[in-house]
Design a protein around this ligand. Structure first.
Ligand code: F6P
Length: 315
């Protein structure tokens, strides 16, 4: 996100616009935690994870009163355009502001989950997926030496993209995602089959939102999946690793810095050109602009083709 902030600030300055940073998203907008930024305010941040503007979930912004307060603070400072970096929650807020007060808003896709519609890339996904791959490669060494089955949980409460990409990239046998209904029976059958074929390494990658038993939706992720597998395949030695928030931080990858810089630059160009209330994405290596209401409503889908690749390459 820092690379995107830097690009927005520097492009604005280049174009002769004044630019302000709003701390902690909509919370800072309501509390008037807003400061003027210059090119120097964004020096030495492109290599840093997280966001210098910080982030928060604002309950007050859900109410019309909260949004009125926020808008009044924008008016006070003469702010007449907004760039919002985030996912569908942030875009919903931006869409409401644009509808209620007519302020032009631009969304930049910032989520490690990569589930936003209208873009091949979201800021943070590549870094998170690479972190997962590095960690899984290390786990593979133990899996191989000890002939153990490892079940690794990656982030993704509602989306399986980190699981899908890191799973394919590390040669996982099974990838379990919230969007794909892989049943326990299928899992058990596939593991028994692998056992028969004497596979040297068995890795299962699970997104945290995967439900092993949809009739019990409170059971989610690697620990519960493993427990249910162990109940059925007695004697199988399974280890569970939950990667957690290490996927959310650290120096961003080259790809993330590159796309964030591109998107940040185009966000400012959109405001200047009057292309308002869109999410700036990249599709087939071209800039792509999706109306915010569509970006909020639609989801990127896991393709059948990818699932097929997973199956064939693990054989
Ligand atoms: O939305 C991104 C995401 O990283 C999810 O994949 C994950 O489930 C969630 O955020 C974690 O959020 P928190 O840090 O609030 O637990």
């Amino acid at each position: 996100m820092n690379a995107a902030i830097r690009a927005v600030v520097r492009t604005s300055n280049y174009r002769g616009l004044e630019v302000f940073g709003i701390m902690r998203g909509y919370s800072g907008m309501i509390e008037d935690d807003i400061y003027q930024m210059s090119s120097r305010s964004v020096a030495n941040i492109i290599q840093r994870g997280g966001t210098i503007l910080k982030t928060a979930r604002s309950k007050d912004f859900y109410s019309e009163d909260g949004r009125k307060k926020a808008y009044a603070n924008l008016v006070k400072r003469g702010i007449d355009g907004l760039v919002v970096i985030g996912g569908d929650g942030s875009f919903t807020g931006a869409y409401k502001l644009s509808k209620e007060f007519g302020i032009p808003c631009i969304g930049l896709p910032g989520t490690i989950d990569k589930d936003l519609y209208g873009t091949d890339f979201t800021i943070g996904f590549d870094t998170a997926a690479n972190t997962a791959v590095q960690a899984i490669d290390k786990i593979r060494d133990t899996a191989e030496s000890h002939d153990r089955l490892f079940v690794v949980e990656v982030m993704g409460r509602h989306a399986g993209y980190i699981a899908l990409h890191s799973g394919i990239a590390t040669g996982a046998e099974n990838i379990l995602m919230p969007e794909v209904n892989t049943t326990l029976d299928e899992m058990v059958a596939s593991l028994s089959e692998q056992e028969k074929r004497k596979k040297l390494v068995n890795l299962v990658i699970v997104a945290e939102g995967y439900m092993p038993d949809p009739s019990q939706p409170h059971l989610k992720g690697a620990a519960e999946t493993t427990r249910l597998i162990e109940e059925r395949l007695k004697g199988l030695e399974i280890r569970v690793t939950i990667l957690g928030h290490i996927q959310r931080g650290g120096p961003p990858s080259c790809m993330d810095r590159f796309i964030a810089s591109r998107m940040g630059y185009h966000a400012v160009e959109c405001l200047i050109e009057g292309r308002h209330n869109v999410m700036v994405g990249i599709l087939h290596n071209n800039m792509h602009y999706t109306p915010l209401e569509i970006a909020i409503r639609e989801k990127q889908k896991i393709s059948e083709d990818w699932m097929n690749i997973v199956k064939i390459l693990a054989s």
